[in-house]
Design a binder for this molecule. Sequence first.
Ligand code: GRG
Length: 312
Amino acid sequence: MGRSGRPTSMAEVVPAAADRLLAEAREAVDGLLERWAARLEREIAAPDGAALAYALRSPGKRVRAALVLAAYRAAGGTSPGAAGVAAAVETVHTYSLVHDDLPCMDDDDLRRGRATTHRQFGVPAATRAGYLLVPVAARILADAAAALGLDDAVLGRMAVELFEAGGIRGMVGGQWLDLEGEGRPLELPDLLAIHRGKTGALIRAACTLGGVAAGAGPAQVAALTAFGAEIGVAFQIADDVLDATATSAQLGKSAGRDEVLAKSTSVRALGLDGARREAERRARRAVEHLAAAGLPAESLAVLAHYIVTRSS
Ligand code: GRG
């Protein structure tokens, strides 16, 4: 802190700016997700409705929402309707966490500082709730397109982007490879393919969707996609570092799971320092894509830096 009381270095500026962007994203999407939680709890019998509401109300950091909103604004968007696009992405992410925690996948008891959905409501209800979140995400996205005044062709493009990222060539495919790889040492290219699918695809889609929702041209959308692809992989590398170094209390989920599940991770492949350096290198490369397309990079650069230096 300088004598004026104002921050003087990037290391001081970025955490505060990232906190502000994440708080804005929470403010934008949490109310919308709460309305869906209340509606589903009312309309769908217990335990499924209650499990859905529990998952939707769980307090995530909302990094993906912040990326949608920052990409949207970088591409010139100004409407508060973009919050719906961000909420749709967060809903797909929430479904993935509910299923990821199931006994047939990572088998975890703690998520976002609370009992996992299946620990609270049982495996059958949590499994159904996870699946039910996918059409909920589609509906949230359709409502967002209407709020933004986007035509059906743009909605179709956004839906393909989001659900392909969530599918076999993205999140599901990456998770599948991740589960298959447990207990086997993987080469770095195979590990990076898992990162790209399991975690990177949805983060990449968040950035692309922000651009598409704002009506960005092909070169700007391509730059946002390239930015998202780099930070998506960087996010998982940072996640591997945190799994090895942070506590469960800091993470709000069980630390040290990769070791327990005998997973190949970036830390195993590159070492702790090597993994940190690789994540930071990717964050820098991500921002270069924006500059090359003439996109204002400030908020996205702040989020890229946050993603690779976060402590939870
Ligand atoms: C049918 C094989 C198959 C898969 C179903 C479960 C699943 C789809 C995919 C798993 C995807 C997954 C959970 C990847 C990990 C991504 C990750 C690092 C999540 C943590 O994200 P944060 O830190 O969490 O942003 P919060 O809680 O803050 O939202």
